[in-house]
Design a protein. Structure first.
Length: 502
């Protein structure tokens, strides 16, 4: 039986924006990307029924979707904004595809942006009416953004860390992800310095891609040695990560993706450029890092990727190109393990260059990944897979795209059984203890001057529970460069602190 074109979701247009020179707002960048997206398919503008905005860190208002819709001349039946999470762009696209396949939606605009570069510049400079754009752009036909009713919020709104992490200040993403990296390094039998060197070739390939992307924040190709060698310009942030291996958030970037039914695309005369949404799947890891049984891998990403490829009737060898979420190297390594691909896979692991080099516009990076993937598939054909990640390798969304229609139409990957197994694997977390423990994950964080500023760990207690602990201040200097995974410690106090026992 032929597929019903009104229930086949496709991406028909994309837009990406960047601003290096002027001070801009996130809403302005989002508007630029959306205008580019809509101008490419003018027959669709009046058909947009939903405007979804990815959570904006450089927050301008509680009603960004409504404001953008009015600025763009759209009259959607629904506007919405997401909770925090880098998984949100792919999650929104899969959700729109679900609604199109169910016959409940014809066209949805997904858009997001960040202006952290401008926010930083504004914080460093005195306000000036001659400097750049109004952070709340408006005109006579649109109400000021502050006057609009808040957009409905969609997505999982749980915070990313629990009481155990909060008690010891384990909140900064680079510290948490560096903990994950320590587990991967320990498995490979590497010291932090050896792990840093091993990551150089992996991340160098990402810089090669970013150097060719017109909207990338950094255009420099970097050698493995340049990335892995600690220098005054590439200071150590948290073992084993120097600055050039970390997501770079101070960017001005925006992206937009237009998802419609194939019937709507055909009616507007733009079906020839459509890229098909084949499948999508979502899953989460054990929610709080301190409760995870294995901090060096991602069962949630494995579940989502497996479900998405199975729903598309594809094996991983059938995927033509990837964009793997890449806030820090361990995110890439977790994805490599979850998908079963090689670090030097000839297909490449990114189409953008990743968050440290393309840029890390908050929660919106993966919308750039999808937009770039769609553009890549239009030029080269075939299939592509995008993975997106939120919080601390916590929330995962995976999408599969192709230039040919999927034989069975859009399909949602089923992760229910896998999710129940993941949730059941959570380890009991203690918030205080007195006595011995064994470190299962650790990092040593450094300040701008190179001195050790913190050395958080997650450790296993004799009863099998886990605890997050901070180093006693007197021990910080002695921990520089140390590989603590597997070492015995003594934990005491509230909040928990530790000292080395061996």
């Amino acid at each position: 039986m032929p597929l019903d074109e009104s229930r086949i979701p496709v991406v028909i247009s994309t837009g990406q924006s960047i601003e290096r020179a002027s001070t801009v707002s996130a809403l302005e960048l989002a508007e630029r990307a959306a205008e580019q997206c809509l101008d490419a398919v003018p027959g669709i503008r009046s058909r947009v029924q939903q405007v979804s905005v990815v959570n904006i860190m450089s927050k301008a208002s509680d009603s960004p979707a409504t404001f953008l819709a009015r600025r763009l001349g759209l009259a959607p039946a629904r506007t919405e904004v997401t909770t925090i999470g880098g998984n949100s762009p792919q999650w929104l696209i899969s959700r729109a595809a679900d609604a199109i396949a169910a016959g409940d939606l014809s066209a949805a605009l997904v858009v997001g942006a960040e202006a952290q570069h401008s926010a930083k510049a504004q914080a460093l400079q005195a306000p000036s009416p001659r400097r750049g754009a109004d952070p709340h752009p408006t005109d006579d036909t649109v109400e000021p953004v502050e006057a609009l009713a808040p957009d409905p919020v969609v997505g999982d709104d749980r915070i990313g860390v629990g009481a155990a992490e909060l008690a010891v200040g384990l909140v900064t993403p680079v510290h948490v992800y560096a903990l994950f990296e320590s587990v991967i390094a320990a498995r490979a039998g590497r010291t932090p310095a050896q792990q840093r060197a091993a990551l150089g070739p992996l991340m160098s390939r990402f810089t090669e891609v970013a150097a060719t992307h017109p909207v990338a924040w950094f255009g420099d190709r970097r050698s493995a040695a340049e990335l892995a060698t600690v220098t005054p310009d590439n200071r150590l942030v948290a073992e084993p990560y120097p600055k050039r291996m970390c997501a770079f958030l101070h960017v001005n970037q925006g992206a937009a993706v237009l998802v419609t039914s194939l019937a709507a695309a055909r009616a507007a005369g733009v079906a020839d450029g459509a890229v098909f949404c084949w499948s999508g799947a979502d899953a989460t890891d054990v929610w709080f890092p301190s409760a995870r049984p294995d901090l060096g891998s991602s069962a949630g990403l494995r579940a989502a990727a497996s479900a998405a490829t199975a729903a598309a009737d594809l094996g991983i060898d059938d995927i033509g190109v990837f964009d793997l979420y890449s806030c820090f190297p361990c995110a890439v390594e977790m994805a490599i393990e979850a998908l079963g691909v090689a670090p030097d896979d000839a297909r490449g692991l990114t189409v953008t260059g990743g968050l440290p080099y393309f840029g890390g516009p908050g929660n919106n990076y993966s919308l750039h990944a999808v937009a770039t993937m769609v553009d890549h598939l239009r030029r080269h054909g075939g299939t592509g897979l995008v993975s997106a990640m939120g919080w601390y390798a916590t929330k995962h969304a995976v999408g599969v795209y192709g230039t040919d229609p999927p034989s069975r139409g859009w399909r949602r990957g089923e992760t229910g059984d896998a999710q129940r197994q993941i949730d059941a694997s959570a380890i009991t977390v203690a918030t205080e203890a007195q006595g011995p423990a064994v470190v299962v994950a650790a990092t040593v964080a450094c300040g701008p001057d190179g001195s050790v500023s913190a050395a958080p760990v997650i450790a296993r207690l004799p009863d099998g529970s886990q605890i997050a602990a901070a180093a006693e201040p007197a021990q910080l200097a002695a921990l520089a460069g140390r590989d603590l995974v597997g070492h015995r410690i003594e934990v005491s106090g509230s909040p928990p602190r530790y000292r080395l026992a061996d």
